[in-house]
Ligand binder design. Structure first.
Ligand SMILES: Cc1cc2nc3c(=O)[nH]c(=O)nc-3n(C[C@H](O)[C@H](O)[C@H](O)COP(=O)(O)OP(=O)(O)OC[C@H]3O[C@@H](n4cnc5c(N)ncnc54)[C@H](O)[C@@H]3O)c2cc1C
Length: 400
């Protein structure tokens, strides 16, 4: 045994976000000892809402956390799409029971903190996974005997831990990515997300029922219920020249209202309600770059952060965890080759979804003839037809 009762030669997972927590659980299910390190001293409430499509929920089911998560989720019947210019409804995407029957798992919306807490609790009660908070991973070296050593820093020391593989799940500003030669870097998209949650009892009933997507020139807005319907999550996405590496920069409500100055009054009124708005610069990491090098693999945003315009960033991190564990059975002989196989399997799907999200960034913000054509298609499409357009994304399961 190494220190803290940890097993010898574990797999180290760097980062306890959604990607790292699910990777730790999936690798443990595959039979590995895992040490999960996060630089944060405490995993606090970051971000706001998350849409969890059936492909992600199917992995969470496999990890055995659905029952613990269900009390905190909502399963909206529709995603309603509105014009942010006229305030009129353009179309509806059918979710609810329709999607559960179609894909075998539901489409849920949840507060990110609830998902993170449920996953962390499951990690903490799982023997064979040890968690070290306040511990930043920044390198990987070899010992004189050719053992692999993960190099970390905590508040007392710079230390080394012997491990058989390092999984970099340390997000869009990943440090472990630097260990992978030729890696891509995070690029600012020129777009910023303003995020807030507010108590549902302070707003009109119309916001409580379904998810909403509002489209306008150079901006759009997404809202849906979280915390079992007790809170409303709102995200306003605009083009803005501002970059920052945190999840929680304070935003100015006046600036936000200025960005939404030609929007319908009921949206503008909604935007005035939250006491606090946070903003987040949207960055992406090109998924076509390398994700693996020897016994190191990147997962989630570290490998392929994407614009949130398909609501699939966390879903892809969750899928990564399941596929990684499938390629790494406990008796795996050649870890480097298994990690390369993981990368080969994941890259085409993640790249395709990253490209769709990027295209949506244009389509959502169309004006003029483009907006007219887009709105016409939405008006003429049945809700079930719009849902079916996502079949190949939502029908994915961990078995491949
Ligand atoms: C506005 C917005 C809305 C979104 N909506 C959705 C959605 O509806 N559905 C969806 O699927 N996705 C959505 N996403 C994307 C999703 O949030 C991300 O893809 C997801 O959180 C990535 O998870 P991750 O675990 O890879 O990284 P992160 O969540 O960033 O976690 C990284 C962790 O690593 C830790 N860390 C960092 N560096 C180190 C280090 N060197 N050593 C140790 N630990 C380290 C950090 O403290 C952090 O805990 C959205 C994103 C945004 C910005």
């Amino acid at each position: 045994m190494a220190q803290n009762g940890e097993a010898e030669n574990p797999i180290v997972v760097a980062g306890a976000g959604i990607g790292g927590l699910t990777a730790a659980l999936a690798l443990r299910q595959a039979g590995h000892d895992v040490v999960l390190m996060d630089r944060a001293a405490e995993l606090s409430e970051v971000g706001a809402g998350l849409q969890l499509s059936p492909n992600a929920v199917s992995v969470l089911d496999r990890l055995g956390v659905l029952e613990a998560l269900e009390p905190y989720v909502c399963a909206p019947e529709y995603l309603r799409i509105w014009s942010g210019r006229t305030g009129q409804q353009l179309g509806r995407v059918r979710f609810g029971d329709f999607i559960r029957k179609r894909h075998g798992h539901p489409f849920w919306v949840v507060h990110r903190a609830d998902l993170q807490r449920v996953l962390l609790e499951r990690v903490q009660e799982t023997a064979g996974i040890s968690v070290r908070l306040g511990t930043e991973v920044f390198d990987l070296t070899s010992s004189p005997y050719d053992d692999l050593m993960c190099v970390y820093r905590d508040d007392t020391e710079t230390g080394k831990l012997c491990c058989k593989a390092l999984i970099g799940a340390d997000g869009v500003w990943s440090k472990t990515r630097r260990i992978v030669p030729g890696h891509q870097t995070a690029r600012f998209s020129g777009q910023v997300a303003y995020r807030a949650t507010l108590p549902m009892d302070g707003v009109s009933e119309r916001w409580a029922r379904d998810s909403g997507l509002w489209l306008h020139k150079d901006s759009h807005l997404v809202h849906y219920p979280v915390r079992a319907g007790r809170e409303l999550n709102i995200v306003g996405l605009v083009q803005e020249d501002w970059e920052d590496e945190t999840w929680s920069a304070r935003a100015n409500t006046e600036t936000l209202l200025h960005r939404f100055r030609d929007w319908p009054s009921d949206i503008r009124n909604l935007l005035t309600i939250p006491d606090t708005w946070l903003k987040w610069a949207l960055c992406s990491v090109d998924a076509s770059g390398p994700w693996t090098h020897g016994q190191v693999a990147l997962v989630g945003d570290a490998a392929h952060a994407m614009l949130p315009y398909m609501a699939q960033g966390a879903a892809m991190a969750i899928e990564d965890a399941a596929v990684l564990a499938r390629h790494l059975p406990s008796d795996v002989q050649n870890i480097a080759s298994a990690l390369r196989a993981f990368e080969r399997e994941r890259k085409p799907r993640v790249s395709r979804i990253q490209n769709i999200a990027c295209r949506n960034a244009s389509v959502f913000h169309y004006s003029g003839a483009g907006a007219f054509a887009r709105d016409a298609v939405l008006r003429l499409s049945k809700p079930e037809t719009l849902t079916a357009r996502f079949d190949d994304i939502y029908s994915w399961t961990p078995d491949g």
